[in-house]
Design a protein around this ligand. Sequence first.
Ligand code: ZN
Length: 323
Amino acid sequence: MAQAWFSSPLIQGGATLVAVLMLSSLLEAPFTLYRTFRIEARFGFNNMTFKLYLVDALKGLLIGAVLGLPLLFGVLWLMESMGDYWWLYVWGAWVTFNLLILFIYPSYIAPLFNKFTPLQDDAMKARIAALLTRCGFTSSGLFVMDGSKRSAHGNAYFTGFGKTKRIVFFDTLLARLSGNEIEAVLAHELGHFKHRHVMKRIAMTFAMSLLFLWLLAALMQTSWFYQGLGVTTPSTALALLLFFMVMPVFSFLLSPILSAYSRKHEFEADAYAARQTAADDLVNALVKLYQDNAATLTPDPLYSRFYDSHPPAAVRIANLQAL
Ligand SMILES: [Zn+2]
């Protein structure tokens, strides 16, 4: 019985992929550790203890197992059982899975890593309420997240859909910025929302995953895909593995386009913020945030065009001052 179970190609293939994934995250660990405990610590941004790092890693592993394993085996099963159009079925499963994560993340996953408490500061609450009304935005709550337990970097974001949208502020953002600056940062985020940037980005990611799956299906039909990568006994799991290995080549080619798209969104959100609040407040907030995030104020222009999802601070500031 156990033998039959272990000799199933689905189980074998899935187990191989899990082993490779675990191995690659183990190989990545020294780099993450170095980044967190050396580089970030040197600039004074790291608040993470080694114990917290281990607890986070363990939680990540458990969540990965609970959510990732069914997905992985589901995908392998669909690839083997659905004939020529398996890539359409896998895409459907992938889209469903991602939408599910999007829905459960704020209430079930994020609280496993951070504490969220309702914003207490009444003066701040009144200012934000006024800004939200001005922008025609309804939210079901303002929350503060204890981001400071890991790092000194500050941020603000939205989660949830429709009327259940929440606004989350990192405690570090509230501590570093003035009331006007916080309002400006929030107005920038509202700009992303008004321009439907999140929806556009989700739609684009789904379209790209459809393209990649179709590409994988086409590659699996060719013999050179396996031979070129040294595989003598092709299997579904190996095809998936090889694809993950060559995927960075395709995403590398796409990254300048995606970065340009994302930078366009940043400019649109900045322009929105400048209409709803004072542009100077956002400029001051940006200077503080970029300092806090230790991003160089003047990166190499070519590197920046290729990789950066956000325009360099100096460019954003010049743009805001021109508005
Ligand atoms: Zn933005």
